[in-house]
Design a protein around this ligand. Sequence first.
Ligand code: PLZ
Length: 446
Amino acid sequence: MTDTLAPRGTQSSSRRIVTEIPGPESQKLHARRVATVSAGVSATFPIYVDHAHDALVVDVDGNQFIDFTGGIGVMTVGHTNEALVQAVTEQVSKVTHTLFAVAGYEPYIAVCELLAKHTPGTFAKKSVLVNSGAEAVENAVKIARKHTGRTEIAVLYHGYHGRTNLTASMNYNMHPYGTGFGPLAGSVHHAPNSSPFHDGLTGAQAAERTITHLEKRVGASQIACLFVEPIQGEGGFIVPAEGYLGALVDWCRANGIVYVSDEVQSGMARTGAYFASEHFGIEPDLVTSAKGIGGGMPIAAVTGRAEIMDASHPGGLGGTFGGNPVSSAAVVAVFNEVEKRNLLGEAKRVGATLMPLLLDLQKKHPVIGDVRGIGAMLALEFVDPATGKPAADVTKAVQTHALHKGVLILTAGTFGNVLRFLPPVVITDDQLREAVAVMDDALSSL
Ligand code: PLZ
């Protein structure tokens, strides 16, 4: 690593708390924030970040945290990855913007080639690049509607797809995404999902329930697209029962419905595969990606069957910043890093280290109802052992305890009773063990 790229002062490979949390500098920034940043933007943690490297984040007071959040699953390659920093730096000094639809540039095309190669399925694929996961979902809807000539959109219970008007309409949780923001978009239909821990159904039974719901409530011939997160992210890392996704894909194909895998959270090496759909042996018609593909630079994509992606007339898709050269250069660097540093293997290693530790934790603490996930996308669900009810208070208490001990962990789940782990896959085994020990302490102290 060259000096100019060296992250300033990650002091050791471990956590290091040197002030109260939040420290005085974070408190000052928070006061400025409250005065000027919209109250509509929430703050999970009261700290403000100065710099970060790999799986460590350092706040403005010099407190160093092990990062189990990865900026909600974005920093898969690690913070300030050297190759990414270099690619972005080089691109910034070459050209930062032309608007691809006005005058094109190579990195945009390179990203589309990489996505065609690494999304599931060997058929001819094309992509459009946009700025955010929500924008990718919006565009996938447009493309599917144009391709099918149909209007209706199907989504699953406990799903999450974004914060724009249409995507907020596609989320399961009305609060906080939709409350008071109506009218929300019409033509969106929510159907039961598969969640083995909660419904006890086989994949075939759950698929029959989903399909029957959509056939009765909407009619297969009316549906343009079905959106499915292969592992539901915000919903609490819900891994569907075996055979569920395959049955949905078959049903979509038989009925001319475009099957969209929303891989914004589960995609790009997170689960030990480029895209989580691979674990379920499915080939979606379209895949939406964002977060991890840019390694921290804003970019997102819709990728899929060439004949579907070409449905739009010229000028129907796009936007000023979509596939920005700097963000595109970042994506190319991320794909290179995944290959060069075997990050699919690293994601599997994270799972292989973390899963047994979490299962041990479950044996010790009966409030952990379920341990689930794939690769570096794992979660704990907390359930009151006496009543079987979601234990959101325990979840929150562990999160808060961990923050004060130097570990950043996110919650998830419709009922807020899931702790989800989305660390950079370059996190070390020691850091994983340390973070689990902190959760163990937290649970023992409750
Ligand atoms: N689809 C599956 O997980 C974003 C939301 C963070 P954007 N999830 C994190 C927050 O509170 O806003 C997400 C996702 C799935 C779509 C999106 C939306 O991606 O890049 O946040 O628009």
